[in-house]
Design a protein around this ligand. Structure first.
Ligand code: PMP
Length: 433
């Protein structure tokens, strides 16, 4: 079947609510390490896929899944070593008192379960989220995602949801410059005071480094103070690590650890199964017990022996190949290279992120910060023509996102920086001396 036929069938049998990347969509047939290979054998450096964390089709992960699939796949209603071994290993990567794991099949399911846990533990219903946040595609999570409810087709913020400003230091007002952490925490505290009468706070949901929100890194002190506010208001703190977890931030296994906080509930997804539909919620014994009110929690696929074998294999590779350290090293180098480009291309307003979760915000004017949306799109298209895939995101659609499989090489990242420089030159932006 050629690409045109595939597109024709797609148009006929799939929903137009699904999107395709790029002006000319890619027809990808194979993945290997940090590369995707199209139907014509063309290789693309994949700087988008934070799901295939240890590299596309990593042989150790493939083998673990295939081997278990050939023996048994059932559910959590039977005793199985894979389930308990994996739970023990995963819990072992978290600080106390996070020790109870639930296994589910997607980041959305993980956040939905986190919401249920939070409500069971607190008796509250209301949730505090950050501007621009995305927490998942289920009905209850569209309600918690300004990225969706404030976007095209969205119905706006529901009454039980409070929305605090994203801790975006780049776009912060002048008055926030001295101590942006304190400024944004205070704004969050003020938001909590708007809780409607009759509502009680169940949870504060936040990513430790916002992804869809535009690669926003909370300033020092912010998360700590935000957690204090949320807890003082009776809520529990949920760290959504679906995008940034598993060593991507380089310095730590989990993004929240960079901020010296311990959440009450952590949700995991995307990289956890290297592309296999696996996700998890990790919480305290007290919260897990509050949830166990007699109603069974059953998830047909969550925690099955194949998924657990794959999850363990992913942890093996992260450890054996020292991918967290690698992310720290090559990420720091790339961040420095991107900052050097920022010094010569006025279009680059901000460069931020940690490890291999980086963002480059493009602006038309460094004073007004007018978003360079068309330019961001053009850069992505130009890079694609050079065999490099990146994506754009953020509420203003002007942030280039770099979040490759962690196995990406320093050479490949250097090539990306070179090609980004070239792309920005072709856009004709003035170079400052
Ligand atoms: N949380 C965050 C922060 C996400 O970025 C996403 C997916 N982009 C989700 C949750 C939902 O995960 P999934 O698509 O696996 O349901």
């Amino acid at each position: 079947m050629n690409t045109e036929e595939k597109l024709r069938l797609r148009a006929r049998h799939l929903s137009s609510a699904l999107s395709l990347s790029y002006d000319e969509p890619l027809d990808i047939v194979r993945g290997e390490g940090a590369y995707l290979i199209d139907v014509e054998g063309r290789r693309y450096l994949d700087l988008v896929n934070n799901v295939c964390h240890v590299g596309h089709c990593h042989p150790h992960v493939v083998e673990a899944g295939a081997r278990q699939m050939a023996v048994l796949n059932t559910n959590t209603r039977y005793v199985h070593a894979n389930l308990v071994r994996y739970a023990e290993r995963l819990a072992g990567t978290f600080p106390d008192p996070l020790e109870v794991c639930f296994f589910v099949c997607s980041g959305s399911e993980a956040n939905d379960l986190a919401l249920r846990l939070a409500r069971a533990a607190t008796g509250g219903r209301a949730v505090l989220v950050l501007d621009g946040a995305y927490h998942g595609a289920l009905s209850a999570l569209i309600d918690l995602s300004p990225y969706k409810y404030d976007g095209a087709g969205g119905a706006g913020r529901p009454a039980h949801v409070l929305q605090a400003p994203a801790p975006d230091t780049y776009r912060a007002p002048e008055t926030a410059r001295d101590d942006p952490g304190a400024y944004f925490a205070e704004r969050l505290g003020a938001t909590l005071l708007t809780l409607p009468a009759g509502e009680r706070l169940a949870a504060f949901f936040a990513e430790s480094l916002m992804g869809c929100g535009g690669q926003i890194e909370p300033p020092p002190g912010y998360l700590r103070a935000a957690y204090e506010h949320a807890r003082a208001a009776g809520g529990v703190c949920v760290a959504d690590e679906v995008q940034v977890g598993f060593g991507r931030v380089g310095s730590h296994m989990w993004g929240f650890e960079r901020h010296d906080v311990v959440p009450d509930i952590v949700t995991l997804g995307k990289p956890i199964g290297n592309g296999h539909p696996l996700a998890a919620v990790v919480t305290t014994r007290a919260i897990a017990d509050a949830f166990a009110n007699g109603m069974e929690y059953f998830n047909t696929f969550g925690g099955n022996p194949v998924s657990c074998a794959i999850g363990m294999a992913v942890l093996d590779v992260i450890e054996d190949e020292r991918l967290q350290e690698h992310a720290a090293r090559v990420g720091a180098r790339t961040l420095a290279d991107l900052r050097a480009l920022q010094a010569i291309h006025p279009l680059i307003g901000d460069v931020r992120g940690a490890g291999l979760f980086l963002g480059v915000e493009l602006v038309r004017d460094r004073r007004t910060l007018a978003p360079a949306v068309d330019e961001a799109h053009a850069v992505c298209e130009r890079l694609k023509s050079r065999g490099i895939l990146i994506s754009t995101d953020g509420p203003l659609h002007n942030v280039l996102k770099i979040k490759p499989p962690l196995v990406v090489s320093a050479e490949d990242l250097a090539r990306f920086v070179y090609e980004l420089d070239e792309a920005l030159k072709t856009l004709g932006t003035r170079r400052e001396d």
